[in-house]
Design a protein around this ligand. Structure first.
Ligand code: ZN
Ligand code: ZN
Length: 361
């Protein structure tokens, strides 16, 4: 998984203007239509556009900087990508699936996996299964029936494309237009494969082991390039997006990389000090000394017992917040002891009232 700042080659404190300038330059260099012979250009371009889409939006960038990712808006991200392409290159149909129509790239697939907080902290390997196209085994992805093979398109000589000069927002660019005869494939299939009807791919189930890095959060989206659906007749496969879901953990509330745990102390424990046991990730726990005179709401910070930082070194802290529970329903003996204490402490509690209670709230 790539770091968006590294993808764009900017520092973490780059201004919005720098990010925009840098994207414009990179987009121009790597745009697939400017690199018709480079099979990886589209892959690189998508990565750059995705990085830009997040870093150019101050709200999304702030979330990214905190280590958050993009729960829920998996598909709006793709919509955003199209918008960026429109904004920078103008014109409809300029972008993926537009000019470079056939054979089509494989579809992107989204899969959700559920992890416990401990699994997210340690990183985990998971086998996942999903439905998506695979290359047709009957024709080995060629789309042509057994014993036949696709023939070179006579119109474009197999290139599938015709070069044209286009004027865009970035100035004049040589771009390519698909061949009208073969619809961009460079090939003509006279006898299509009966299994895939010439597409070179069929729907099937994929099984894949994915490596979930340590530190992922609920909503983290991992992109696995080329692990989605197979492309048409040997075109590149789509990407697999693995969306992580982490249900709430009863022990900890997560705040970025820090974990928050609440302990409840009695009046005497908070006043006189106490030893408490605090849970840690991985199922262990730790003894913590609470000093005498600890006030309600006090937070103790246990360094480096939080979540590992995703894509970065180090880990967050464990914050232990003290709640002091005021006792209710005292026995007569307890009440007497407390009244005696109040007297010694110069406090002025209400007189004892039999059978009459004031309810809080
Ligand atoms: Zn086939
Ligand atoms: Zn052609």
């Amino acid at each position: 998984m790539s770091d968006y700042y590294e993808v764009l080659g900017v520092s973490r404190d780059a201004t919005q203007e720098e990010i925009k300038r840098r994207f414009r330059k990179l987009a121009r260099e790597t745009h697939p239509d400017a690199n018709p012979d480079d099979a990886h250009a589209e892959e690189r371009f998508r990565e750059i556009a995705e990085a830009y889409e997040v870093l150019s939006d101050p709200a999304k960038r702030a979330r990214y900087d905190r280590g958050d990712t993009f729960g829920g808006d998996l598909f709006s991200q793709f919509a955003g990508l199209d918008e960026i392409l429109q904004q920078f290159f103008g014109g409809a149909g300029f972008g993926f699936g537009g000019m470079r129509r056939g054979p089509r790239r494989g579809s992107d697939v989204g899969v959700t996996i559920e992890l416990t907080l401990d699994e997210a902290a340690e990183g985990v390997r998971r086998e996942i299964e999903f439905a998506a196209a695979v290359a047709c085994s009957e024709c080995a992805g060629s789309g042509a029936a057994a014993g036949t093979s696709p023939t070179r398109c006579a119109t474009c000589g197999g290139a599938g494309q015709v070069q044209v000069s286009r004027s865009t927002f970035l100035g004049s660019m040589m771009t390519v237009s698909e061949c009208p005869t073969c619809r961009g494939s460079g090939q003509t299939i006279e006898t299509p494969c009966p299994v895939c009807v010439g597409a070179g791919r069929v729907d099937d189930r994929h099984t894949l082991t994915v490596e979930i890095p340590e530190g992922v959060d609920d909503g983290t989206r991992l992109r696995l390039p080329g692990k989605g659906g197979a492309g048409e007749r040997g075109a590149p496969a789509g990407d697999l997006y693995v969306q992580v879901r982490i249900p709430a953990d009863p022990r900890f509330q997560r705040m970025g990389d820090d974990l928050h745990h609440r302990i409840r102390l009695g009046l005497a424990e908070a006043t006189l000090g106490s030893a408490v046991t605090v849970p840690l990730l991985g199922g262990e726990d730790m003894d913590v000394d609470i000093p005498a005179g600890t006030q309600p709401g006090t937070v103790f910070r246990i360094a480096r017992q939080g979540m590992p930082r995703l894509r970065r070194r180090g880990r967050g802290d464990l914050l232990v917040e003290v709640e002091v529970v005021v006792p209710t329903d005292l026995t007569t003996e307890q009440e007497q002891a407390l009244r005696r204490f109040a007297e010694l402490h110069g406090e002025n509690p209400a007189e004892a009232r039999r059978k009459r209670r004031f309810r809080a709230g």
